[in-house]
Every structure is written in structure tokens, then in C-alpha cells.
Design a protein around this ligand. Structure first.
Ligand SMILES: Cc1ncc(COP(=O)(O)O)c(C=O)c1O
Length: 387
């Protein structure tokens, strides 16, 4: 008899510590939750209506593996405007979410035993996806100093060795809000060119910036023909479409044909009516994205100011995204503290260790919520920490 067990790489995957905490209080109406990365508001009506219209027209069939011509065309127009240079449809593939885009990109370029480098702390999926493919993953940790998160560029350069296959940079970063400075991009790209390293940008928060710009610095603005650069993105965050499960990739044209094959064997295609809604989001959604960005900037100020006023709390300033990543003096077990805060204060937060060992001692607050909800949660947490 052979035991019915999964592959060792799958058994070794880290369990999500966010789920570990959230499962404790699932469905409890007395707990205000800030643990997941999504807004408390639904997708705006103009996008929902476009999806409903496409459904009522009967757009319920398979589409091309790479996505509909309508959506890829809308993405090309959108990305060209955003990054100030043409990004043609021959470089654009639609994926079934941002996480699916990251998985497909890794499947396309990572082999068993390959070395992958990731800037950390980071959303757990970014670390675990290459491990599913039997790669080894090494983190290069951001540092918090003088109220800001920083990347030590020399340390990253040292980690980018000739045997490195892929580098993943999530900027703006989940959970810290750190954003890669524009001036650091050229050196990173040059090192990747030197060693043939695939540079994958997890750009899902690129529209959620707090410096007044419409988008965070992107490697897509520097990449030339022949570069091993991939951009992974999603409709989840900027258009509040988490439940629709739709994303996209920008790829070198050479990767498009194999990506079509991978898409066939993963999901075959994204739903047509969802792609129709997304095309409307791109064409008519700029004012809405600006609204989301402004609401998040105000929520960031609200939550950071209140956290910093609490005893023993250190909360560096995020440059973008939708999270406050903060430390409570004396905390060495973020899962235990998160559970204690649920029980004693009725506030649900994500434990920092979920984002890597370097996140231990920290907690993450998703502030993409209405001001009243953030305020009520902050009041409860302040009461708890004062006790
Ligand atoms: C850093 C990062 N990348 C990718 C994603 C994927 O988002 P989705 O799968 O909803 O498109 C998320 C979602 O929280 C994220 O935080």
C-alpha cells in the first residue's frame, strides 16, 4: 500500500497565519475585522452593471486563452496611458486573478531546484508559489528606520547571484506599504540583465499611491525588447473587484505562445462576462480609481495617526497600498497577540508572522474601510493597549 499523501513540497507549504487567526472568530458579529486585503464596499455600480449586461446578453462561453480582444485592447490603451509608452496586445495576457498571474509567470520560467529571490516581508503567496514548483526561495528583508521602510539595495544586489532564476518585487508592498524608489530600478534591472534573471513585478497595488502620482514606479517603464521582465496585476484592488477573480500579465512577446498553452492547462480562459465588466472598468473607471486612492490616503492618515498615539506602538509610514504594518512593544508572538486582541477587544488583525519570520512581532491593519469602521476599531484597540 502506498500512503495517499501529497507531494513533500506541498506538505511543506506554510499554512496562512492570517487564516489561523481569522478562523478563530469566523462569522462573529461582535468582531470588527481588518485582517483581509479588501474594501468593505462592493464593486461600483457601473462595473457591476456592465457585468450584468454581458450576462444577460448570454456571454457565458469560453474565450481565447489569452483573453478577449476587447479586454486586451482596453488593457493596451490603459497601460500605454499609465506608463507613458506603448504596450501592445501582443504582450498582454488575461489571467483569472493576480495570484493566478503570479502562478502562471512562475510556471513559465521557474524549474525545480531554481533559486528565487523575493523582497520581504510579503504576502505569503509570493513566497509559496515558487515552492510549489520545487524552487528554493530566499527573502531580502526591508528594514524599518526613522518611521520609513527601506530596501538596502546592496543587500539585494548581493542576493542576485548568477544562479538566481527569478526576482519578485511587490511594490507598493503588502504588508508594509514600502514602494520601490524610481531611482533604484535601473540598477536592479541591470543586474537581472547581467545574469539573465527574470524580474517579476507584483504590481497589484500600483494605483494605490500616497505621493499624489497616479501610479507607482514600474519596471514596465524601463523594460526594452528582449528583457526578461514580467508585470503581474489585478482588477481586485484599484476597482474593488476582489470577488470577480480577474488579473493580467505584461510579458515579453516571446513568452506569449507558451503562456497561451499554460493558460489552457490551468484555467483555459477567464469568464467572458467578467472580462466585459473589466473592459468597462478600464474605459470608464479613471475617476473611480482616483476616488479610491483619495479615500485610502485619508484612511491611511486616520489609522496611522491613531495607532501612533497608542502606548508602545511603532507604525512606519506606508508609501502606498491599503495597510498599516505596526509593532507593539514587547510582542514576540503576533499570532497569540492577534488572538488576544480578538478576545479582549473584538478587533480582527493579521499577524505579522504571516508575511515571513521578519514580520514576527508586527500586526497588519487593512484600512480600506469606511472611516466609521476604522474609528470604531481604533477606539477598541486603544482601550485594549491602555489596559
Ligand atoms: C501582494 C499581492 N499580490 C497579489 C495579490 C492577488 O490579488 P488577487 O488574486 O485578488 O488578484 C494580492 C492580494 O491580496 C496581494 O496582496
Amino acid at each position: 500500500m502506498f500512503a495517499p499523501t501529497a507531494r513533500p513540497e506541498v506538505l511543506a507549504l506554510r499554512r496562512s497565519a492570517i487564516r489561523d487567526v481569522a478562523n478563530e472568530a469566523w462569522g462573529r458579529p461582535d468582531v470588527l475585522t481588518f485582517w483581509f486585503g479588501e474594501s468593505d464596499r462592493p464593486t461600483p455600480a457601473f462595473i457591476r452593471e456592465a457585468g450584468a449586461r454581458a450576462l444577460s446578453e448570454g456571454r457565458t462561453f469560453y474565450t481565447h486563452n489569452l483573453g478577449t480582444a476587447e479586454l486586451r485592447g482596453a488593457l493596451s490603451d490603459y497601460l500605454g496611458g499609465l506608463h507613458g509608452r506603448p504596450i501592445g496586445t501582443e504582450r498582454i495576457a488575461v489571467a483569472n486573478s493576480g495570484v493566478n498571474a503570479l502562478m502562471l509567470a512562475a510556471q513559465a520560467v521557474v524549474s525545480p531546484g531554481d533559486r528565487v529571490v523575493v523582497v520581504t516581508p510579503v504576502w505569503p503567496n509570493v513566497m509559496e508559489i515558487p515552492r510549489i514548483l520545487s524552487a528554493t526561495v530566499e527573502g531580502v528583508s526591508l528594514e524599518a528606520a526613522q518611521g520609513k521602510w527601506r530596501l538596502d539595495l546592496d543587500r539585494l544586489m548581493d542576493a542576485l547571484t548568477p544562479d538566481t532564476r527569478m526576482l519578485v518585487i511587490n511594490s507598493p508592498n503588502n504588508p508594509t506599504g514600502w514602494t520601490l524608489p524610481a531611482q533604484d530600478r535601473a540598477a536592479i534591472l541591470a543586474r537581472c540583465r547581467q545574469y539573465g534573471i527574470w524580474l517579476v513585478g507584483d504590481d497589484v497595488y500600483e494605483r494605490l499611491t500616497f505621493d499624489g502620482r497616479a501610479s507607482a514606479p514600474s519596471f514596465l517603464e524601463l523594460a526594452k525588447d528582449g528583457d526578461r521582465v514580467i508585470g503581474c496585476n489585478t482588477f481586485s484592488k484599484a476597482w474593488r473587484m476582489t470577488g470577480w477573480r480577474l488579473g493580467w500579465m505584461v510579458l515579453p512577446p516571446e513568452l506569449m505562445e507558451p503562456m497561451g498553452v499554460l493558460l489552457e492547462y490551468n484555467t483555459s480562459c477567464a469568464p467572458d462576462f467578467v472580462q466585459a465588466a473589466a473592459a468597462t472598468a478600464l474605459r470608464d473607471g479613471e475617476a473611480y480609481v482616483a476616488e479610491v486612492r483619495a479615500e485610502l490616503a485619508a484612511a491611511k492618515d486616520q489609522v496611522l495617526a491613531a495607532l501612533r498615539a497608542m502606548p508602545g506602538v511603532e507604525a512606519p509610514e506606508p508609501d502606498g497600498g491599503m495597510y498599516a504594518f505596526f509593532r507593539v512593544a514587547g510582542c514576540t508572538d503576533s499570532v497569540a497577540l492577534a488572538k488576544q486582541i480578538i478576545e479582549a477587544a473584538g478587533v480582527g488583525l493579521a499577524p505579522g508572522v504571516a508575511f515571513g519570520d521578519e514580520g514576527e512581532g508586527w500586526l497588519r491593519w487593512c484600512f480600506a474601510n469606511r472611516p466609521e469602521k476604522n474609528a470604531a476599531g481604533l477606539e477598541r484597540l486603544a482601550g485594549f493597549l491602555a489596559r
